[in-house]
Design a protein around this ligand. Structure first.
Ligand SMILES: [Zn+2]
Length: 195
């Protein structure tokens, strides 16, 4: 009984999990299973990067919508705003002759819009595609699953914690007889420790 109380006191995780900070790469002990950054400083950097990326998207959208539909030739800047292609890649493809371009002066490269249309997705469509959640495939066959008891044993974690994580992170489960089965892959991913 005492054991149970002790475990509950060290929630939310109750086990030592170390992860690599997605910003600075330092390995740190996480407090919560979905912690991604080692410090407030790194969280701020991550937030700033996200905001900067959004601002860039908004600027590109503005350029793209300002191009008249009837205009056949567009600049590199406009091409980058309209299509899912980076500036450097575009210049390289022009240089090797993969994309025909005309030079109407210094820094005045023009590309035929229809040439790009046949090669690249429109940027907003590509963005939507990228942000679409990838459907996860789960196997709930017992051989691909742990029982809740097996998870407690393997990760030295209390069953009430396991249940709360399964609910919180929407991990599917399946009951067969007296046992509840949860996909091994999902659980191992959830409790993995980088060190
Ligand atoms: Zn960090």
């Amino acid at each position: 009984m005492d054991f149970k109380i002790n475990i509950l006191r060290v929630m939310p995780i109750g086990i030592e999990i170390n992860r690599k900070c997605e910003i600075c790469g330092v390995v740190f002990r996480v407090k919560y299973l979905d912690t991604r950054y080692c410090s407030g400083k790194c969280s701020k950097v991550a937030l700033k990067r996200k905001r900067d990326a959004e601002a860039r998207e908004a600027r590109l959208d503005e350029v793209a919508t300002s191009i008249p539909d009837i205009r056949e030739y567009i600049s590199v800047k406009e091409a980058v705003a309209m299509f899912n292609i980076e500036r450097g890649t575009l210049y390289r493809l022009i240089r090797i002759g993969r994309i025909p371009a005309v030079n109407i002066g210094v820094h005045l490269t023009r590309i035929k819009r229809s040439d790009l249309e046949s090669m690249f997705a429109k940027r907003p469509e590509a963005r939507e595609e990228k942000n679409k959640p990838v459907p996860k495939l789960y196997s709930l066959e017992p051989e691909d699953c742990y029982t809740i008891g097996e998870i407690c044993e393997k990760y030295h974690i209390h069953d009430s914690s396991v249940w709360s994580h399964v609910r919180k992170y929407s991990i599917p489960s399946r009951q067969i007889g007296n046992y509840v089965y949860v996909p091994k892959k999902e659980i191992d991913e959830l409790y993995k420790s980088d060190v």
